[in-house]
Design a protein around this ligand. Structure first.
Ligand SMILES: Cc1cc2nc3c(=O)[nH]c(=O)nc-3n(C[C@H](O)[C@H](O)[C@H](O)COP(=O)(O)OP(=O)(O)OC[C@H]3O[C@@H](n4cnc5c(N)ncnc54)[C@H](O)[C@@H]3O)c2cc1C
Length: 293
């Protein structure tokens, strides 16, 4: 299918992009990044914008830098660049692992880090990782720059805290603290497909081998990825052990309010999967943190 007619602008700078969004604030305007989600929506006429503002000429939005205890990643950075970055591999390896589960290489060549965050698909890897790691998202609009914490950014199905006149400019990922193990697991019908369910876990161990900090996020089971704080509380202060992980897995599958039911999987299947993936993620994170097996 072909998209409905739209106007097209390809600004060279972020300032020009924001001005365009402001000038056309009373129209339906869409930002174009890698196009891997937006172009299919245009072709199926599920999106019919009056104007597309293409960010691909703005080279200043493509970078990966170390900034103290953070990795600063420009919103237009391709996922392929993240996957191939030695800096990311060294400082936040779970980001590389999650990236390798996103679609296929051709899609990662074009798809951007910012595009996945802004699109906010509940089955996407990056929003789940953002919640688990405590990522910050920077946006620029006519009023200047603001920073939004991941837990405030993802609001509902395909909906974020971004205003229509704002451009997401940077994704700030905290580096992995010492003594922290991680895991990113998902189930998909074929490698590269969107997940039917997924879990992200990080566990930090103290000098005595107890869990000093636990983070657990499930995705593809509801309208947004979900952080399971009650399960994190069960884990914190305990020593990693199989009965603890079994209890956490049981609680995780109970904690999901209304699991998604669609043509790909039933709610019952997803509830069961949530528990299975929680157990797998916790065991793997504990092993990476150096817990005795
Ligand atoms: C066959 C196929 C399989 C896929 N499988 C997966 C998968 O397994 N996991 C996964 O996570 N994704 C998957 N995707 C989606 C892919 O990862 C997309 O690249 C991603 O969702 C969107 O990134 P993009 O750069 O292409 O954004 P675009 O498609 O260009 O934009 C997506 C949305 O975000 C907005 N947007 C983009 N950038 C900005 C910005 N800087 N500021 C404000 N708004 C912005 C756009 O306006 C649009 O609404 C798949 C896609 C395809 C075609």
């Amino acid at each position: 299918m072909k998209p409905a007619r739209f106007e097209y602008a390809a600004p060279d700078t972020l300032g020009e992009a924001v001005s365009l969004l402001q000038q056309h604030a009373d129209e339906d305007v869409k930002i174009l990044a890698g196009g891997q989600s937006l172009v299919p929506l245009l072709n199926m006429r599920m999106a019919r914008p009056d104007l597309l503002v293409d960010l691909n000429r703005i080279e200043d939005l493509q970078y990966i830098r170390e900034d103290g205890d953070w990795l600063a990643i420009g919103a237009m950075t391709r996922k392929r660049a993240v996957e191939e970055s030695d800096l990311v591999r060294r400082r936040q390896p779970v980001l590389v692992a999650a990236t390798q589960l996103v679609a296929h290489p051709q899609i990662r060549n074009r798809g951007t880090v910012g595009g996945s965050m802004a699109h906010a698909d509940p089955a996407a890897e990056y929003p789940a990782l953002a919640l688990a790691l405590g990522v910050e998202l920077r946006a620029v609009g006519p009023g200047g720059e603001r920073t939004i914490a991941a837990q405030d950014f993802f609001q509902s199905y395909l909906t974020t805290a971004l205003e229509p006149v704002e451009v997401l400019t940077e994704v700030r990922v905290p580096v992995l603290p010492a003594g922290t193990g991680w895991s990113f697991v998902e189930v998909a019908r074929r490698h590269g497909d969107f997940a039917l369910g997924g879990a992200v876990a990080t566990l930090r161990l103290d000098a005595g081998g107890g869990i000093s900090e636990a983070r657990l996020v499930l995705f593809a089971v509801g309208p947004t990825a979900i952080r399971l704080t009650q399960v994190e509380e069960i884990l914190t202060g305990e020593r990693p052990a199989e009965p603890l992980f079994e209890e956490a897995a049981r609680r995780a599958s109970q904690e999901i309010d209304e699991p998604l039911s669609d043509v790909h999987a039933t709610a019952e299947y997803r509830r069961n999967l949530a528990g299975v993936l929680t157990g797998r993620a916790l065991r793997e994170a504990a092993e990476r943190a150096g817990a005795p097996s």
